[in-house]
Design a protein around this ligand. Sequence first.
Ligand SMILES: O=C(O)CCC(=O)C(=O)O
Ligand SMILES: [Fe+2]
Length: 246
Amino acid sequence: MATNMREKGVFMYVSNMEDYGHLVDPDYFPTKYLHNDMWQMKANRKDWENRYISPEYWKALSPTELNEMPCPDVFWFPIFTPRFCKELVELANDNGGWSDGSNNDPRLAGGYENVPTVDIHMNQMDFEQEWLWILRHYVKPLAEKVFLGYDSDARAIMNFIVRYRPTEQSFLRPHHDSSTYTINVGLNRPLIDYEGGGARFIRYNCSVVNTRVGWSLMHPGRLTHYHEGLQTTKGTRYIMVSFVDP
Ligand SMILES: O=C(O)CCC(=O)C(=O)O
Ligand SMILES: [Fe+2]
């Protein structure tokens, strides 16, 4: 109708420019978690995105926006707000079920982890389905933007928070990930919350240090991007890792 009116030269004045708010779905609101808002992405997506998805994410997603590539085929994206990262770390510490970083891991099908970390898996925190939803809705489009021609299923079995400390596990030896691509989200602040840390890609002799809160690295998992976790020398470094499309 607007087009027809415009073609007829009728002057139009749009008056509904005010934001009168939006409806909230009150039917799903869990009360059993430390940060219940984190579970609201499906029922109240708009509020959830405002709280937890970085405003810069939408720009990074744009086809005309160049994304940072700190090492060859290692991309770096703003995805989450600092609040998301803080609440995720608090949920992990509230859960407290950190592994001991040994090769024996009863949580895995074979009971054996070749490259163990001190970590908590998303299913331990009852956040696995939510995390997979996040992968499908926010991570998959970024992967398909930078890895041209790849259709990601955004499947993942290994979704976990790692913690590094000088007094326990402080680094991760060189390895490949069992993924087509891996995401690695910085959850706390270098130089303030911890010192050292970062990821080094051995083939390129290239490291990403001083990673940013809420920003995710994205790199191919096997074959080319043999990598290691650099030593954390002070404090505790937290990251969130997913092995996508294993
Ligand atoms: O410490 C890092 O940033 C690397 C972590 C990593 O490679 C892994 O968890 O598979
Ligand atoms: Fe890795």
